[in-house]
Design a binder for this molecule. Structure first.
Ligand code: RIB
Length: 292
């Protein structure tokens, strides 16, 4: 069984700032670094570092070949990553004194996926494989529809949340992994209980994992809820923490572990991730989690 991650690959331009730039303000940054990133690529690297079998499908431009190599070196199967004429997607990321971030993305090559490419990727999917999607590529709706008859476990991380998502065939999603802001927008509810109730009413067959930052994570399905608290660490840069959680959670799930263990692995991995700078580069290895 493998995990196919059909997702974005970005060049992250990261600026450390005193505070997030305000409307009309010009702000000096304290440092500037280029990192590998993209929610898709980060999640694939997290899966690979957690020792899951992951095949990343996506696109880069000529300027992003180093990212494909980075994924490969991390243990990701990159045979379905195409190099196309459009420049690689990128992100402009501000990181403030508290380690929080503010991110602008430009889709670039991530948003030029064709029908042929989608068909080719899905051809490599076998019964019971996991299919992981985020919302940084084009054609998410089409991938969901095309995956319907393949008997895959479909996991959707609706990030970034856009208005269009509400029209996707979300009833085809087996597992949602989303943060509070995404869930609030999707359900028009505010409290955690109301959000979970609304999600289960909207998607009764799906399992929901709601990440709550410093308050931990909640899993909910038709029969039960499981909450795991966050670990207390000094956050330097929270970029990629959600992606790290997803990779470790799914790697453990693909090994057939109990949900509580899967959540705990994700929580530990993301706690370590926020103590380091960058997205992909800050994702810990499995040995580090075991020692943590
Ligand atoms: O989740 C973090 C990621 O969001 C960054 O790496 C950036 O590329 C954006 O996609």
């Amino acid at each position: 069984m493998k995990i196919i991650n059909f997702g974005s690959i970005n060049i992250d331009h990261v600026y450390e700032v005193e505070h997030f730039v305000q409307p009309g303000e010009t702000l000096n940054s304290e440092s500037y670094t280029v990192f590998g990133g993209g929610k898709g690529a980060n999640q694939s690297i997290s899966l690979a570092r957690a020792k899951a079998k992951v095949l990343h499908a996506g696109q880069v431009g000529e300027d992003g070949i180093w990212l494909k190599e980075k994924l490969q070196k991390s243990g990701v199967d990159t045979s379905l990553i195409k190099t196309v004429d459009t420049p690689t997607g990128h992100a402009v990321i501000q990181v403030n004194k508290d380690g929080e971030n503010a991110i602008i993305i430009h889709g670039g090559a991530n948003r030029t996926l064709s029908d042929d490419t989608i068909d080719e990727v899905l051809k490599s999917a076998q019964n019971q494989d996991f299919l992981l999607l985020q919302n940084e590529t084009n054609a998410v709706e089409s991938i969901l529809l095309k995956s319907k008859d393949k008997n895959l476990t479909v996991i959707f991380n609706p990030a970034p949340l856009t208005d269009a998502i509400k029209n996707y065939p979300l009833e085809l999603v087996d597992i949602f992994i989303l943060n509070e802001i995404e869930a609030q927008t999707l359900t028009n509810e505010n409290s955690t209980d109301a959000i979970l109730h609304a999600m289960q009413k909207l998607y009764p067959k799906s399992r929901i994992i709601l990440t709550l930052g410093k308050s931990g994570v909640i899993y909910a399905d038709n029969t039960r809820q499981i909450k795991v608290p966050a670990l207390k660490v000094k956050a330097i840069d929270t970029t990629g923490a959600g992606d790290t959680f997803i990779g470790y959670f799914l790697a453990e799930l693909s090994r057939g572990s109990e949900i509580k263990k899967c959540l705990e692995m994700g929580v530990k991995a993301s706690a370590l991730c926020v103590t380091r700078k960058g997205a992909a580069d800050s994702i810990p290895k499995l040995e580090e989690i075991t020692a943590f």
